[in-house]
Design a protein around this ligand. Sequence first.
Ligand code: 3PG
Length: 247
Amino acid sequence: MKLVLVRHGESEWNRANLFTGWTDVDLSEKGHQEAIQAGQTLKQEGYDFDVCYTSYLKRAIHTLNHILDEMDRNWLPVHKSWHLNERHYGALQGLNKADTAAKYGEDQVKIWRRSFDVKPPLLDVNDERNPANQAMYRNVDAKALPLAESLETTIDRVIPYYEANIKKDMEAGKRVLIAAHGNSIRALVKYFENMDKDTIVGVNIPTGVPLVYEFDEDFHVQKKYYLGDPDAIQAKMKAVANQGKAK
Ligand SMILES: O=C(O)[C@H](O)COP(=O)(O)O
């Protein structure tokens, strides 16, 4: 069984190096190109899908749309869920990552970005960015919506959704494509690989590159690989890690 995950292409806020989280920003021009390239790669490599999953955020939705365009698979069913959203970056959303590192130190920014269980500072409940105050989440139980998330609390909402929906589809023999985000994908990577808290700290997901997992029938990982030029992928991962360095 194969599962393909793609982090959205570069967003406008990735380009500006801003903490983004649940802010609904679109792809940059480079991000659109990365998503188109991901679709072309999947097509050239002979991939096909039966069902797709994505988040509520347009950078992931538009990435998926580009991929489906390139594969001529726009007719596929697409499930959108807030459970696949990026980790909520709380009151850090909108701040520049390098400036934040200069102000609070690179170690603190690494803790906020990559530690397993530390949440960034919470949004105020009255903040218009509180998801409970936004139309996008009007059908979600407000008690389930965060004011900030750690990777641990992101896992708490990604994995039950994966098990109840995506895993079920895979068990039924469906080929699944997920277009999501750096940290919702890190949640899945940690779970699939049973990774410990220290190892996941070093995992950075590149933008717009298909990541393939091959599982046996008990959902043990047999193989894991990115599709594309290995040097270019390494460079993209390093660039993500370096976003938290002071200039
Ligand atoms: O929300 C964000 O800022 C990014 O999409 C992911 O950020 P990170 O790599 O700093 O966790």
